[in-house]
Design a protein around this ligand. Structure first.
Ligand SMILES: *Cc1c(COP(=O)(O)O)cnc(C)c1O
Length: 411
C-alpha cells in the first residue's frame, strides 16, 4: 500500500470495486454480492431475490442453510472444533463408517477440498505401485477436458492445457486421452501405468457423461495391466446423478473414489475412499493434512450423507431431473438457433449452444442473472444447471420462465 492510499473502513459495504482492490485477480465475480440465502432462494445487498441454480458449483446440494445441517454445525461448534491428527474424534469415525457402509470402500481419508482428495488418490496410486515393487509403474492416464483441481499434480492430470501454462516444470509421466474413446484408452494403456483417473460425468469440461461401455472398458484395461481405476466424483457424487455415487448407476466399481463439493454442503471437506488392499500402501506419516476430518467438517458431512443417502431422496432427484430436462428441451425447441441440445445426468445438466452462439454462454448467464436466475457455464459454449437436489417442480418451472426471458433479450 502506498502512503496516499486510504484504507476502506471495515464497515463499508463490499462492492465489486472493493473486490478488485483487495483480492488476488484469479476470479471475475458477478457484480451481485450475495448476503443471505435459504433453500434455492438467495438475496443480494439490495434485497433482490435470485433463484440459485448453481448451488455454489454443485456444493449446497441440500440448499442454503438447510436446518439439519445448520443445527449439526451449531451443536458441534459448542462441543469440539478441532483436535489435530494426533487424536481421532467421534464424528470422523462415524462418517468413515457410514461412507464405507454405503460404498465399495473399506477405508476413507479426509481432507478439505476436491483437489486434495484427488492429490491423495494420485499419490496413493503411485505409492501402491512402488510399494508392490512395480517401480516402473508411474504413468497416469486421464482425459482431455477433464478437471481434477488446482494443485500442481491435479491440474497437470486435468486435461486443460490452459490451466498449466506457466506453471512448469510439471509432474511427469502423464498421458491425456480423448474422453469416451475406448480405442484411445486401449492404445494409451501399458504396463507402466499405475492409474487411470476419470470423472464419470465430466463437469467443468462441458457436462459430458461417460458411456457405460467406456467405464467398463477402463475397468477391464486397468485389471489387465495392474493399474488402479480412480473415479473423481467430486462434482457428480453425493446424490447429484440420482445415485449416491455415479459409479453405482454405471455398475462399474473403481479402486479409489474421491468426493468433496456437496459432501459438506458448503462446509469445506473432501474424502478419498478406497479398499483395504490399496489403502495398505499408505502408512503412518506418508500423507496427511491438519484439518482433514476435523469434528466440524465430519459432523456436517455425516448429516449431509444421512440426508442424501435415502432411497426416496435419490428417487426425487431422478424425478426432478426429468422435469428439468423437459423444461430445458422446451427451451431448445423455442430457441433452436441458440440452443442445440440438453445432456448430463441427474441434476447435473448442460445445454450446448449452437455454433451461431458459440462462446456466448457467459453472456447468457449474465442475462439470466438480470432476470433473477443464477446459472453456471461449463466452458464457453455450455450452460450448466446444478440446482440444489431439493429443487421443487415449481422452482424448475420458474427457472425456465426466467431463462426464457433472458434468452429473449439475446435473440
Ligand atoms: C471442483 C472439482 C474438483 C476440485 O475441487 P476443489 O474443491 O475446487 O479443489 C475436482 N474434480 C472435479 C470433478 C471437480 O468438479
Amino acid at each position: 500500500m502506498t502512503a496516499t492510499t486510504t484504507n476502506t473502513p471495515p464497515n463499508t459495504p463490499v462492492t465489486r470495486s472493493t473486490f478488485d482492490d483487495v483480492i488476488v485477480p484469479t476470479y471475475a465475480p458477478s457484480t451481485l454480492v450475495p448476503v443471505r440465502a435459504k433453500g434455492l432462494d438467495l438475496w443480494d445487498q439490495e434485497g433482490r431475490q435470485y433463484l440459485d441454480f448453481t448451488a455454489g458449483i454443485a456444493v449446497t446440494s441440500l440448499g442454503h442453510c438447510h436446518p439439519d445441517v445448520v443445527h449439526t454445525l451449531q451443536q458441534q461448534a459448542e462441543k469440539l472444533w478441532h483436535v489435530g491428527n494426533g487424536y481421532t474424534n467421534e464424528p470422523v469415525l462415524e462418517l468413515a463408517r457410514s461412507l464405507v457402509a454405503a460404498t465399495f470402500a473399506d477405508r476413507a481419508f479426509f481432507c478439505n477440498s476436491g483437489a486434495e482428495a484427488n492429490e491423495a488418490a494420485l499419490k496413493l496410486a503411485r505409492k501402491y505401485a512402488a510399494k508392490n515393487g512395480h517401480t516402473h509403474k508411474t504413468r497416469i492416464i486421464s482425459c482431455e477436458n477433464s478437471f481434477h483441481g488446482r494443485t500442481l499434480f491435479t491440474v497437470s492430470v486435468g486435461g486443460q492445457p490452459k490451466y498449466t501454462e506457466g506453471f512448469g516444470p510439471l509432474p511427469a509421466d502423464l498421458t491425456h486421452i480423448a474422453f469416451n474413446d475406448i480405442t484411445a484408452a486401449r492404445e494409451a494403456m501399458g504396463n507402466d501405468v499405475c492409474a487411470v483417473m476419470v470423472e464419470p460425468v465430466q463437469g467443468e469440461g462441458g457436462v459430458m457423461p461417460a458411456t457405460t461401455e467406456y467405464l467398463q472398458a477402463l475397468r477391464e484395461l486397468c485389471d489387465q495391466h495392474g493399474a488402479l481405476l480412480i473415479f473423481d466424483e467430486v462434482q457428480c457424487g453425493m446424490g447429484r446423478t440420482g445415485q449416491l455415487f455415479a459409479y453405482m448407476g454405471y455398475g462399474v466399481t473403481p479402486d479409489i473414489l474421491t468426493s468433496a463439493k456437496a459432501l459438506g454442503n458448503g462446509y469445506p471437506v473432501g474424502a478419498m475412499l478406497t479398499t483395504n488392499t490399496v489403502a495398505a500402501a499408505f502408512a503412518v506419516g506418508t500423507h496427511g493434512t491438519t484439518y482433514g476430518g476435523n469434528p466440524l467438517a465430519a459432523s456436517v458431512a455425516l448429516t449431509v450423507l444421512r440426508t442424501i443417502n435415502v432411497p426416496s431422496f435419490l428417487l426425487r432427484v431422478k424425478h426432478a431431473s426429468k422435469t428439468l430436462i423437459l423444461a430445458l428441451q422446451g427451451l431448445v425447441q423455442e430457441f433452436p438457433h441458440m440452443l442445440a441440445e440438453v445432456r448430463g445426468s441427474g441434476l447435473l445438466l448442460g445445454v450446448q449452444l449452437t455454433a451461431t452462439y458459440a462462446g456466448r454462454a457467459k453472456e447468457m448467464t449474465k442475462a439470466a442473472e438480470e432476470q433473477g436466475l443464477m446459472l453456471l457455464i461449463a466452458g464457453p459454449d455450455v450452460l450448466r444447471f446444478a440446482p440444489a437436489l431439493i429443487v421443487t417442480d415449481e422452482q424448475i418451472q420458474e427457472a425456465a420462465t426466467r431463462l426464457r426471458r433472458a434468452l429473449a433479450t439475446l435473440v
